[in-house]
Design a binder for this molecule. Structure first.
Ligand SMILES: C[C@H](OP(=O)(O)OC[C@@H](O)[C@@H](O)[C@@H](O)Cn1c2nc(=O)[nH]c(=O)c-2cc2ccc(O)cc21)C(=O)N[C@@H](CCC(=O)N[C@@H](CCC(=O)O)C(=O)O)C(=O)O
Length: 144
């Protein structure tokens, strides 16, 4: 059951543009960042109820994905983190495929295993974690 609501583009122009290119090309363009694969996460705004779309680095394993709330190692979580906590049903577009997933925040060994996969997919995540005292949250997105 896909999420319903009015799409509210990101205030960040480069993010808005990447989502626009990704979606308007049916997931054939705008699908990378520095040559590495990107997916688009759709969440339901925790306050507005609007749909928010956040490109993320693609971290996939056996049909599930990680959503890494890195925000470049900033001291605070990205806002979409709060959306997922309040509504774990999310959509994720990976290239032409867009499906529903249920998000679950990871801890302990499970988080460590997904963190390894995430850093393998996008080594900058390790730099981001070194840069901040904030423990970067990781969600696993499992097919709904
Ligand atoms: C700027 C802010 O965005 P954000 O949700 O903090 O997310 C920041 C970034 O994580 C997001 O832009 C990511 O897409 C950036 N980003 C990555 N961000 C990551 O954290 N991890 C990644 O792996 C990642 C990869 C990536 C690749 C390509 C690319 O173009 C961007 C990438 C935002 O959209 N703010 C809105 C509000 C958004 C919102 O969700 N509001 C909620 C309220 C939520 C609440 O306050 O409780 C609502 O609508 O109800 C605003 O200020 O109006």
């Amino acid at each position: 059951m896909p999420l319903h609501g009015e799409y509210e583009p990101s205030p960040a122009q480069w993010v808005r543009d990447q989502v626009e290119e990704y979606e308007s090309s049916g997931g054939t363009k705008g699908t990378t960042l520095r040559g590495l694969p990107v997916v688009v996460l759709t969440t339901k705004g925790a306050r507005s109820g609007k749909l928010r779309k956040s490109p993320l680095m693609r971290v996939e394993h056996d049909g599930s994905y990680a959503a890494v709330a890195s925000l470049g190692g900033a001291p605070q979580n990205p806002v979409w983190y709060h959306n997922v906590k309040s509504e774990p049903l999310v959509e994720l577009q990976d290239g032409p495929e867009k499906k529903d997933y249920v998000a679950r925040e990871l801890t302990g060994d499970e988080k460590a295993a997904w963190w390894e996969r995430a850093v393998a997919a996008f080594p900058d995540y390790a730099d981001y974690q070194r840069k901040t005292d904030r423990e970067i949250p990781v969600f696993v997105l499992e097919p709904a």
